[in-house]
Design a binder for this molecule. Structure first.
Ligand code: UP5
Ligand code: MG
Length: 199
């Protein structure tokens, strides 16, 4: 059977901007599969016998970006497994990736021929709101990076490494920006307008 080339939307925004929340909403209404790079890394960290567990743990606590070879391997496997199980599932929301130059180059090297990046969905939110949301979630999330110290570092990494990546896509006319500081329903109204237009 002819398998479709994967169609990808990169979902970017600061820590706690609401990427995961909005991706869950999208999946309920559109035929996309949600792949969170952070969730895949946390899954790999927890996997018995993983050779990368400790390394990933260190990077996440420090708010640093894991070497792209590891992240790409996980993303690629998740995409392949999804399409193997159901060939109609070839549209992906890749949440929280690419975050820096190394990520972008890794994607270009390994995935450029294998998948089409349709556009970037950018959840724009002030650092203050991002920090407040993560600290609130930290009361129950169990995430090792939802504390003030890690959050400072995550914001720093976001501003230094990820914003320039978003700017690069912006220059290519590939970014759809949503004001993510409003409530979940209001944000999703804007997301729907974009997806209805872009497919
Ligand atoms: N919330 C959500 N939307 C809201 C709204 N509109 N109004 C009020 N509250 C809202 O939301 C965060 C919290 O806010 C939740 O409690 C939610 O209910 C509430 P969520 O949807 O989880 O936001 P999200 O943007 O997904 O936040 P997350 O913390 O997941 O973002 P990060 O980008 O920081 O985390 P991620 O998991 O992507 O990455 C974690 C770490 O993994 C990175 O720091 C890095 O070390 C590593 N990583 C890599 O190295 N490489 C990668 O490619 C990816 C990750
Ligand atoms: Mg998330």
């Amino acid at each position: 059977a002819l398998t479709m080339k994967p169609q990808v939307v990169f979902v970017l925004g600061g820590p706690g901007a609401g990427k995961g929340t909005q991706c869950s909403r999208i999946v309920e209404h559109y035929s996309y599969t949600h792949l969170s790079a952070g969730d895949l890394l946390r899954g790999e960290r927890a996997r018995e016998g993983s050779e990368f567990g400790q390394l990933i743990d260190g990077y996440i606590k420090e708010g640093q970006i894991v070497p792209v070879e590891i992240t790409i391997k996980l993303l690629r496997k998740a995409m392949e497994d999804t399409m193997k199980a159901d060939e109609a599932k070839f549209r992906f929301l890749i949440d929280g990736f690419p975050r820096n130059e190394d990520n972008m180059q890794g994607w270009a090297r390994v995935m450029d021929q294998k998948a089409d990046v349709k556009f970037v969905l950018f959840f724009d939110c002030s650092n203050e709101v991002c920090i407040d949301r993560c600290l609130e979630r930290g009361k129950s999330s169990g995430r090792t990076d939802d504390n003030r110290e890690s959050l400072q570092k995550r914001i720093q990494t976001y501003l230094q490494s990820t914003r320039p990546i978003i700017d690069q896509y912006e220059k290519q006319g590939k970014v759809h920006t949503v004001d993510a500081s409003r409530n979940v329903d209001e944000v999703f109204v804007d997301v729907k307008v974009i997806l209805d237009k872009e497919g």
